[in-house]
Design a protein. Structure first.
Length: 307
């Protein structure tokens, strides 16, 4: 009898979690749809003020980001800590981060929210994600992407709008299979072998930095995202379904290590900049390895209040 009751309780819990996931998923897709509807009239503003259109669209999109972040941090009580550099408020920047999970954007947005620039987060996104708002779509075809990148930076120069331009230089999420393939690729070409990260893709990054030097973006932020599960340890990240079904504070710790670099201090030569990026990722990899073996240095960890 106890075994039967336990199975019934477990089955009921799974049913409740499934219903919660459906409710949250439906609500978020509904919000995204309403956001697209709300953005449509702004096309009539474009001939008169492209900057006003950009601001209005960003604020609408930021409303959705805020709701999602509220659910993550307040409703499901995600515990987020930070270390490294303290970023200025409302500073435009290019942001790069390691890519472990679909949940990564919650960690990036937690920082953007506290720096009052959440509405202006724009991602380099796969071309297949055409209905995300305000993103820079890429096909991973350099000739095609280079043209799009040039057009985007031309608009940045003309509008001087606030922005966090966010990119995952690894190009895809880390998996065990991809990590093995990345190590083999690096070994065959004499490149740095990373234990926790995929080898960064540098061609597009170098072009972006070259284009950014005469825009309002004058800093690069490097974020190293760390997931720690109470039982499984460092590197075990929650799924989106898990994020939107139960409180996270008893299972996970989320951490972001921050580094801020002036663009003027980065190499101007592509080969030197490529080597700089490889060194940066070796440092990120070493940081993740240290956290995995020794845990976070709590003397350097801080919490930041919700804005």
């Amino acid at each position: 009898m106890p075994g039967i009751l336990s199975k019934l309780v477990s089955s009921a819990d799974l049913t409740i979690q499934g219903l919660r996931a459906i409710v949250y998923g439906t609500s978020l897709f509904g919000l995204a749809f309403l956001c697209n509807v709300a953005q449509f009239p702004t096309i009539f503003i474009y001939p008169f003020s492209r900057r006003l259109m950009y601001d209005l669209n960003s604020r609408v999109a930021g409303g959705i980001w805020w709701v999602m972040q509220y659910i993550f941090e307040k409703r499901h009580r995600a515990r987020i800590t930070y270390s490294g550099d303290v970023l200025p408020v409302k500073e435009s920047a290019m942001v790069i981060a390691n890519h472990q999970s679909f949940v990564d954007f919650y960690l990036i947005h937690s920082l953007a929210l506290r720096r009052r620039i959440l509405s202006y987060c724009k991602y380099f996104a796969k071309d297949s994600l055409k209905y995300l708002m305000g993103m820079m779509f890429i096909k991973r075809n350099w000739i095609h992407d280079q043209r799009n990148i040039h057009q985007m930076f031309q608009r940045l120069r003309e509008d001087a709008s606030p922005i966090w331009l966010i990119s995952y230089l690894e190009g895809t999420r880390v998996t065990s299979k991809k990590l093995i393939e990345s190590k083999e690729f690096a070994k065959n070409r004499g490149l740095p072998i990373l234990d926790h990260l995929l080898l960064p893709r540098t061609k597009g990054f170098c072009e972006c930095i070259r284009q950014l030097r005469d825009t309002q973006i004058q800093h690069l932020y490097d974020l190293t995202i760390v997931y720690t599960h109470q039982e499984h340890g460092v590197g075990f990240s929650p799924s989106l379904v898990r994020v939107h079904t139960n409180p996270l504070n008893t299972e996970y710790n989320f951490h972001v290590h921050v580094r801020r670099f002036p663009l003027k201090d980065l190499p101007t030569d592509d080969e030197a900049l490529t080597q700089w990026v490889y060194r940066l990722y070796q440092e990120k990899d070493a940081y993740l390895d240290q956290v995995k073996k020794q845990g976070l240095d709590m003397k350097k960890v801080r919490e930041e209040p919700w804005f």
